[in-house]
Design a protein around this ligand. Structure first.
Ligand code: MTE
Ligand code: MO
Length: 383
């Protein structure tokens, strides 16, 4: 079958779909370390994992609305300055299963672990585009190019057997501060096949869907990419829109993700011993916004405690500080005293004072994306 040559995977991953392979780690793996090891990093695919075995011949073609098209080999990309950027990748479908419980949505079910944080190493897209004559901070090329399209090697059924693709605005692609990477390393190791070997795009602060794996070509285009995953998926609709009245053209493709926060030290329904309980999890926001605060309640939202936040252990986290990783999650921790069964809640506030919606019903959407509602744990006290 098409899936006969899939790479080996860690047995702890919970498989949400076998072919294509979609899997997430247990919650505890996410809070075990600030950086998520590749083995425990969620894997989100729309087709079989491609095989690139002739790395000498592998090249990314850059063409479209540019003066000269160019084939870039790995050696050309490695010649550019190497940047290592810590970026949290989150699938727009993270926490979809919980959204589907209030009203059914369509899509692969995910618990809370369709997210991970890694150091991605590679060339800045802004530097790569200079090789085809597009200067930094360009918003339109001489030939009318305004978007940068990434096309993969893989094949997916949503594209009728064609490759996965997406685009970002040229202004973001040519802005060195946006840190868009063509990455060949993850946590200091060569990318593995599941995560895009030999080369993938990393678009920080944006839903994972735009970070195209197994890059085949880059096209400079006038209008945003017309591919399935830009136009017929990964858009946020209001709760009033369902499959019988959807008009995809009325919404923009989702780019930045909103502020998110999840408790990872407990399952949604947990039995705990009475007394002190350490609660930990992750919080993250899109667009490079930091996390200003994480609030935890152990009485169903009547009163709140502020959790401590950190990225590198031992270093207190300050949102939007020069020493903080601006594209990365923060882990949080708070110790509480619990003596009777209760609802534990966590919610975060980002550096633009954006807050999370209280109820999932208010943000329900037919594709089940961006469930960022308050994360609630039913804690039953037992002995
Ligand atoms: N790129 C290709 N070529 N094919 C894909 O199916 N999935 C996207 C994105 N890039 C995808 C892709 C989605 S929806 C997400 S969330 C991320 O990759 C997942 O990246 P990961 O598997 O490295 O965690
Ligand atoms: Mo995704």
């Amino acid at each position: 079958s098409d899936y006969a040559a899939e790479p080996p995977r860690h047995p702890c991953l919970k498989i949400n779909s076998k072919e294509p392979y979609n899997a997430e780690p247990p919650r505890s793996a996410l809070v075990a370390s600030y950086l998520t090891p590749a083995d425990f990093f969620y894997k989100r695919n729309h087709g079989p994992i491609p095989i690139v075995d002739d790395i000498e011949r592998y090249a990314v073609t850059i063409s479209g609305l540019v003066e000269n098209s160019k084939d870039l080999f790995m050696k050309d990309i490695r010649m550019l300055p190497k940047h290592e950027v810590t970026v949290t990748l989150q699938c727009a479908g993270n926490r979809r299963t919980a959204m589907s419980k209030t009203r059914k949505v369509r899509g692969v079910g995910w618990d809370v672990s369709a997210i991970g944080n890694a150091v991605w190493g590679g060339a800045k897209l802004a530097d790569v585009l200079q090789l085809v004559g597009i200067p930094e901070l360009t918003s339109i090329t001489k030939f009318g190019g305004k978007h940068v399209e990434f096309v993969s090697i893989d094949k997916c059924k949503e594209e009728k057997g064609g490759p996965y693709k997406s685009s970002i605005p040229l202004t973001q692609a040519t802005n060195p501060e946006a840190d868009v990477l063509l990455a060949y390393e993850m946590n200091g190791e060569p990318l593995n096949r599941d995560h895009g070997y030999p080369l993938r795009v990393i678009v920080p602060g944006v839903i994972g869907a735009r970070s195209v794996k197994w890059l085949d070509s880059i096209n400079i285009i006038a209008e945003e990419c017309q591919g399935f995953f830009m136009q017929k998926d990964y858009k946020m609709f209001p709760p009033s829109v369902d499959w019988d009245n959807i008009d995809w053209s009325t919404r923009r493709p989702q780019m930045d993700f909103p502020v998110q926060c999840v408790i990872c030290s407990l399952e949604d329904i947990s039995t705990i011993k009475p007394g002190k309980v350490k609660i930990s999890g992750y919080a993250v926001s899109g667009g490079g916004r930091g996390i200003e605060r994480v609030d935890v309640s152990v009485d169903g939202g009547k009163t709140w405690l502020e959790a401590s936040r950190f990225q590198k252990s031992g270093v207190p986290y300050i949102s939007d500080h020069a020493n903080s990783d601006k594209w990365a999650w923060v882990l949080f921790e708070v110790t509480v005293d619990i003596h009777r069964s209760t609802e534990i809640i966590a919610k975060a506030v980002d550096s633009a004072a954006n807050v999370q919606p209280e109820k999932v019903e208010d943000i329900w959407n037919l594709r089940g994306i961006l469930n960022t509602s308050w994360h609630r744990i039913q804690a039953r006290v037992g002995h």
